[in-house]
Write a protein that binds this ligand. Structure first.
Ligand SMILES: Nc1ncnc2c1ncn2[C@@H]1O[C@H](COP(=O)(O)OP(=O)(O)OP(=O)(O)O)[C@@H](O)[C@H]1O
Length: 291
């Protein structure tokens, strides 16, 4: 049995149009399926918690995938993805075709892989957990109306870039204490810490280009001691992962991360706000089956 979870509003309505295309394919196959539409934030978690057999197929973006993962993580049910969001960073990292028919075909072919997830308290995150500047940007993006009027543009990336500049205006870096496995380090003037299971966030920014998602390790990117001007200059390089050699950027790896900070830093996971510092992040190896 295939259980579709469709977020009609993902990707500014792409979710609905992709579902209509998939429905046409389903009409000519003999597949046993049912469909659920999400009606409000976190509905996808409620729906996926109730499914206890078959395969869940998400038609949505990273936010919907995040919600589904948090519903199915204990059930061992495999998840397929037909990308319909603005960013689609999880699908990108797993080389899932962006074309809906091809993605569906690949799900039906059943090539399964197991991936790691990051865990903060009772929340599981598939892609990147961002602390500080990133968290504030995610909060601004989610609150922003720009995604709506940008829909004829490149919605995910544009609304992200606009929010980056809004937050940049009065963002104040913090001093942090970061414990990675057994080693603790104090770092001054920290803009952000990205703890990545997979490389991308914000619609294709390769913040941690070497994150593998199946090796049991996070790759971390810490941006510290940078002026605003340096930050602006370095920012475009992130789309291609070129920022990693900057002297104010430290790339690290680890499995268990603890961060406390001199002032509150907002935390997002997969682009959804999940809390603030202090936080503990654990690696959960092979926690998720993806078809
Ligand atoms: N019916 C609904 N009305 C409003 N919001 C919804 C509804 N169903 C789900 N949501 C919310 O929509 C949000 C955005 O979904 P999603 O992240 O999948 O799309 P996106 O933002 O376009 O894509 P991406 O995260 O890949 O950029 C999610 O946080 C989810 O909670």
């Amino acid at each position: 049995m295939y259980h579709f979870i469709v977020n009609k509003v993902s990707g500014n309505g792409k979710g609905l149009s992709i579902w209509k295309d998939v429905e046409k394919i389903l009409a000519v196959t003999q597949l046993n399926y049912q469909v659920f539409f999400t009606n409000y934030p976190s509905h996808a978690t409620e729906i996926s918690k109730k499914i206890n057999n078959g395969v869940i197929i998400v038609i949505g973006g990273d936010g919907t995938i995040h919600e589904v993962i948090n519903g199915l993580i204990k059930s061992n049910i495999p998840m397929g993805i037909i990308a319909a969001g603005s960013g689609n960073d999880f699908a990108r990292a797993l080389n899932i075709p962006m074309n809906a028919a091809e993605a569906f075909e690949s799900i039906l072919a059943g090539n399964e892989r197991t991936v790691d997830v990051g865990r903060i308290g009772d929340k599981s995150c598939a892609t990147v957990i961002g602390i500080g500047f990133d968290g504030q940007v995610a909060q601004t993006v989610n609150a922003s109306k720009t995604k709506k009027w940008m829909k004829f543009f490149r919605p995910g990336k544009m609304s992200y870039i606009i929010s980056v500049f809004k937050v940049l205006f009065d963002y104040k870096p913090a001093n942090i204490s970061i414990k990675i496995d057994d080693k603790t380090e104090e770092m001054m003037d920290v803009w952000l810490v990205a703890v990545a299971n997979f490389p991308y966030y914000a619609g294709g920014m390769a913040i941690c280009p070497n994150a593998k998602g199946n090796d049991g390790y996070f790759e971390l990117c810490v941006v510290h001691g940078m002026s605003k001007l340096q930050f602006i200059r370095t920012f475009p390089g992130v789309f291609k992962g070129k920022h990693v050699s900057h002297p104010s950027i430290k790339m690290l790896t680890g499995k268990q991360i603890e961060i406390s900070s001199s002032s509150t830093m907002i935390v997002h996971g997969d682009g959804e706000i999940i809390g603030e510092t202090p936080i503990k992040i654990n690696m959960e190896e092979n926690a998720l089956r993806v078809v």
